[in-house]
Design a protein around this ligand. Sequence first.
Ligand code: PLP
Length: 403
Amino acid sequence: MLDPYKIRKEFPILEQLVHGKQLVYLDNAATTQKPKCVIETISDAYCTINSNVHRGIHHLSQVATERFEEAREKVRSFINAQNRHEIIFTRGTTESINLVATSFDNTFLNEGDEIIISTMEHHSNIVPWQMLQERLGVVLRVIPLNSDLSLNIDAYKALFNEKTRLVSITHVSNVLGITNPIKECIDIAHSNNVPILIDGAQSTPHIAVDVQELDADFFVFSGHKLYAPTGIGVLYGKEQFLNAMQPYHGGGEMIQTVRFEKTTYNELPYKFEAGTPDYIGAIALGRAIDFINEIGLTEIAKHEQALTKYTVERLKEIPGMRIFGSPNGAAISFLVGNIHPADMGTLLDHLGIAIRTGHHCAQPLIDYLNIPGTVRASFAIYNTTEEADILVEGIKRVSRMFE
Ligand code: PLP
């Protein structure tokens, strides 16, 4: 069994006091804390191997390039992609989706074509498609939710027609902590001959992902939610699509030859990695993946799901508690009576408890729920039932203040 107390020792930030209280960090869906091994990897890389990748014949550049490409291999293996060149390094989920929206646009979309998303998407899986709507006149179709806030699969099936060109949906909701039946969603898209992008920002830190088994056409995630630094993320795309798509950014690295008359583009993955990449970030992401693999995603999932279940049960003790949906991942959204989420968040912060409040970059979902926002507690490998208890006692204390 995973021992969160042992794991916590790897995370220096968790040792600190906030407002004189032991920090209880429950904002992991926004970003996770970093273990010493990842922090040391960044520091070591700058101290020993730093040099721009791919362009140098000198020793340091070659070592940096090797380590960068090793990191790509670690990512490939982490999500079980077939080929290393199907792994594109980006700044994160947001940039990965924007890349697909932009490059897919040039190649595959025309005015009137339709893209399916869902009611529970993060803004980063809404706005890039809306920008296409403005630029190109594509039409967005939105999958509604059932009364338990799960995806309405029958309605999803009914959205397909001869104009549907792409589906783009989240694997796990960052607000509700609900894991969508993603394999079924992918199969439905494919039975309509439509490719599908999966936003894995909230799944990759918590459950094992196999893009070949899922048969996802695109799969995107962020390093910083996965114990790696900010500024590094991943776009996985099937070779056939990435090859057919136009480059996203132009510049160094993504070219084969440049003449004023004509430029030819590099092969995958470099075609989509213009400019100096965040190679140190990628190397640190590789180390974070090693760290996760050393613990094991099966154990991680068991621990976090048990913690979520325990916390949901304890939260239900609180009068006026309203939990949204049936969280089965690592995030729980709730409201208590008429207490505004921002008030709850501020008062919990004074008790040293870091949770997130507001719309969580999913305003359409919050509007659909007809609420001002939620309070969200989200877990990682280092959280404990003791911390869940501190959260529950903290909420009870805040609630009493509003009686
Ligand atoms: N998608 C989901 C489901 C998310 O939870 C987030 C971040 O919270 C994002 C996309 C955006 O990730 P990033 O800001 O790392 O690009």
